[in-house]
Ligand binder design. Structure first.
Ligand SMILES: Cc1cc2nc3c(=O)[nH]c(=O)nc-3n(C[C@H](O)[C@H](O)[C@H](O)COP(=O)(O)OP(=O)(O)OC[C@H]3O[C@@H](n4cnc5c(N)ncnc54)[C@H](O)[C@@H]3O)c2cc1C
Length: 413
């Protein structure tokens, strides 16, 4: 059977960007449908470290631009959502750590201290007295200084489930191999034709929003759109099952006074019930330079650097794993890194990359502002919406929520 449905907005991609936007649009009375080709969050979102940050990295580079002031507002925005008082209700989302720390261990200490005490950073970072150290550092004789940032860490699987669950009838798993995109002569996207359990479904919409992360590249190519362009930055991330009771949430900044911390450590629940430890997940400079290393060499480097940095943790029985994942972003001139959520309008298409989990609320704000600027209003009648939801969800499966990569890395180990 062939059917045609008209909706206000079709979102392609069920990572954090698409899911947050679906919530915002439906709250505003738009009829919206989200299409996901695989698992929810299964791209970058599930592999993110979950740090909701205020952009201190920009400050470390000595640059506090207006864009970095925008990111500075994000931790507070998310906190309101977690308390159920923000633009999206995240009450019930698991927070892995209410704080994130930065440890400067050495050489540049005095220069750093002056800088971190500067007016530009006031309210975003506190130098800690030993008695305020988190458990992981308490009673340890550490060199250098420990700072508490305005940042915190969320559990991404719980975040994805929470955003998806209320919209099960509007989130469809699709087969992108057989998806056809029909364009009008002027290049406008007219409709998407999808294969469902019960025949072909043609979806028409006022606007189509690309939130497909790395998948935006091939979609733009298929549509013959050359600008904006996508860039990818590969990272060789480390995961380690560490039998140590206290979790670590810390940027370790080395002697280079640069953008990227030497090690960025977060800790996540270990899915094996008999374990008293955590899964340590490690990014930072080691993940960037790790692209030059084989998995064995990267895991060896991880063991070496972590043992040296945290001598009070016994890594001798640690199980190591690593994998490569791409960050997908718009390509900017001079290969700069974007420091804001990105939204670009092309006819009836909106092309988006949040560039950071943290900036997702900013992305949704920009999309809503662009829809208002284009005078796009909710059009579908509520009764028709309910009927369409029932029919659509009977034609397609609801995609599963992705599992953290270490569940695959350490499966059966
Ligand atoms: C290792 C790593 C660590 C990170 N840590 C942090 C952090 O601590 N803090 C932070 O703020 N940011 C972090 N980030 C960045 C953050 O994870 C990303 O900016 C964010 O998750 C991107 O979300 P997204 O929804 O745009 O893309 P994704 O999460 O990649 O989702 C895209 C979705 O689209 C689907 N898709 C692809 N093609 C199609 C198609 N044709 N049709 C339908 N669906 C499609 C994919 O299956 C996927 O589910 C990190 C990124 C990485 C890689």
């Amino acid at each position: 059977m062939n059917r045609t449905f008209s909706t206000d907005i079709v979102i392609l991609g069920g990572g954090i960007a698409g899911l947050w936007l679906l919530n915002r649009l439906r709250q505003r009375g738009f009829d919206a449908v989200l299409l996901e080709k695989s698992t929810l969050g299964g791209g970058q979102t599930i592999t993110s470290q979950g740090i909701i940050h205020g952009g201190l990295k920009y400050a470390l580079n000595g640059v506090l631009s207006p864009a970095s002031s925008a990111i500075a507002a994000m931790p507070e925005h998310w906190r309101l959502c977690l308390q159920g008082q923000g633009d999206v209700d995240l009450s019930g989302c698991r927070v892995l750590s209410p704080h994130y720390y930065m440890w400067s261990s050495g050489g540049y200490r005095s220069r750093l201290k002056t800088f971190l005490g500067s007016k530009a950073l006031r309210g975003r970072i506190d130098a800690l007295d030993e008695r305020d150290y988190p458990d992981f550092f308490r009673s340890r004789e550490i060199s250098g200084s420990l700072y508490r940032l305005s940042d915190f860490v969320v559990d991404t699987p719980s975040l994805i489930s929470l955003l998806a669950e209320p919209h099960r009838d509007r989130i469809l798993r699709i087969d992108t191999e057989s998806m056809q995109m029909a364009q009008e002569e002027d290049g406008r996207l007219d409709s998407l034709t999808l294969q469902s359990h019960s025949g072909t479904v043609c979806l028409k919409a006022q606007r189509f929003v690309l939130c497909a992360g790395e998948g935006n590249g091939p979609l733009l190519q298929q549509l013959g759109i050359t600008q904006p362009e996508m860039q990818i930055r590969p990272l060789h991330m480390l995961a380690a099952r560490v039998p140590h009771a206290q979790p670590a949430f810390v940027h370790c900044i080395g002697d280079s006074f640069g953008m990227t911390p030497r090690l960025t450590v977060t800790c996540h629940p270990d899915p094996t019930s008999d374990s008293s430890g955590w899964i340590w997940y490690i990014g930072g400079e080691i993940a960037e330079s790790g692209m030059q290393r084989s998995p064995e060499a990267q895991q060896g480097e991880g063991q070496r650097q972590l043992s040296e940095t945290f001598p009070w943790v016994d890594f001798s029985t640690t199980q190591w794993g690593s994998f490569v994942i791409n960050r997908a972003e718009p390509r900017l001139p001079n290969l700069q890194r974007p420091d804001n959520a990105f939204v670009s309008a092309k006819q009836n298409l909106l092309i988006t990359w949040p560039t950071k989990l943290t900036l997702t609320p900013d992305l949704s704000d920009s999309v809503c502002a662009e829809l208002a600027r284009q005078n796009v209003q909710p059009q579908a009648a509520p009764a028709a919406n309910a009927e369409a939801s029932a029919t659509l969800s009977s034609c397609f499966d609801f995609p599963e929520v992705a599992k953290p990569r270490w569940e695959h890395l350490f499966a059966g180990a």
